[in-house]
Write a protein that binds this ligand. Structure first.
Ligand code: AHG
Ligand code: MN
Ligand code: MN
Length: 348
């Protein structure tokens, strides 16, 4: 029609996860197998979201009566979420193997199924102590390449530093279900349209503010922390009158996904430091399916992630369920926390 401006076909409404992934494929940033893998994980997360949403009516709350390799009691939803992710990913042809918080060892894709070139690691349900009180929980996942020439991967083939991740993501099952994803080209947020059943992009290229006045830590562990952590938090608590010259607020959901999502949204620092209770294990949070995927997502959003002494993504893993201390979020605040560790290691 003369005079009428054409509607820009790509600017009408938020794009779906499917369209985002196809555009990434067309731009040569991911291949068809990785696209399918992400779609399958997202579909499994939708099923988990539905199971969680039913709550007490679905009979899914409470303990499973079993434990995992880490000595933690499993909730029914830990087991269910793990099963959903396993079932969804076993037959797609995009994976060579899977590993999970809830399984002692990794599992190669069975001989009968077609095998692909990727390895998938996941925390099927993070923050599961919060399920029974209706507080946000989530799923965390990380994708690695299966080393060349390996057709039946074992645990050792998963032990790659976080810098080699090709994709990482998490979902939060909260007031809305959200998927936060990176394939190494920025971090993007998708919100599940529950009626349609589609993840829609609601924030592209998230940037975590470099500075913050908010910190997240389980303060009940204070007396067990190392001296640099004691000093760092003591200085935060001194507020305007202290060396930091500003008042800090504290938040702790006790679901890493929810705490990290707050940081993705408005900045902050999340920490689970070394303490006397977890020193022997190396920390509380797991490197391969908690710290590394979150570190990749946060770095892709302009933030930083460290063990306090090393960039998280450069840690050489030694075990599938290895634990590490974690500091991640606003980059200048993470640098501050690292500075306290450096000073302690130098001067005591
Ligand atoms: P998970 O439920 O997968 O075992 O992980 C729980 C983790 C993490 O989500 C959270 O940040 C932390 O444990 C909470 O620890 P505290 O209970 O010590 O606060
Ligand atoms: Mn977890
Ligand atoms: Mn878990």
């Amino acid at each position: 029609m003369p005079g009428s401006a054409a509607i820009p076909w790509n600017a009408m409404k938020p794009i779906s996860l499917t369209r985002y992934l196809i555009e990434e494929q067309h731009a040569g940033r991911i291949n068809a197998d990785l696209r399918l893998l992400i779609e399958v994980v997202a579909r499994a997360c939708k099923s988990i979201s539905i199971a969680i949403g039913k709550g007490a009516l679905g009979g899914v709350l409470g303990d499973a009566g079993t434990g995992n390799i880490q000595g933690e009691a499993q909730k029914k939803l830990d087991v269910l979420s793990n099963d959903i992710l396993l079932e969804a990913n076993a037959w797609g042809g995009h994976l060579a193997g899977l590993a999970s918080e809830e399984m002692d060892h990794s599992q190669p894709i069975p001989d009968a199924a077609r095998r692909g070139n990727y390895l998938l690691l996941f925390d099927p349900l993070d923050g599961s102590s919060n399920i029974d009180v209706n507080i946000s929980v989530g799923t965390i996942f990380s994708v690695l390449r299966c080393p060349d020439g390996v057709t039946t991967p074992g645990d050792e083939h998963f032990l790659q530093p976080g810098t080699t991740q090709v994709c990482a993501g998490y979902t939060t099952y909260g007031p809305s279900t959200m998927l936060v994803l990176t394939v190494g080209h920025g971090t993007h947020v998708f919100t599940l349209d529950r009626e349609v059943g589609t993840f829609m992009m609601t924030r592209r290229d998230v940037q975590v503010p470099a500075d913050t006045k908010e910190f997240a830590v389980n303060m009940s562990n204070q007396r067990f922390w190392e001296p640099p952590m004691q000093r760092y938090v003591a200085d935060l608590l001194k507020g305007k009158e202290g060396p930091r010259g500003k008042d800090f607020n504290m938040r702790w959901v006790a679901s890493m996904v929810a705490d990290v999502h707050r940081i993705i949204t408005r900045g902050g620092i999340f920490s689970y430091p070394l303490d006397e209770k977890c020193r022997e294990k190396g920390g509380k949070l797991r490197l391969m399916y908690e710290a590394n995927p979150m570190a990749f997502i946060i770095e892709q959003a302009g933030g930083a992630a460290s063990t306090g002494r090393q960039r998280m993504l450069e840690v050489q893993p030694t075990g599938l369920h290895q634990r590490v201390p974690v500091f991640l979020g606003s980059r200048n605040e993470v640098a501050e926390a690292v500075r306290y560790h450096e000073q302690f290691d130098r001067e005591g």
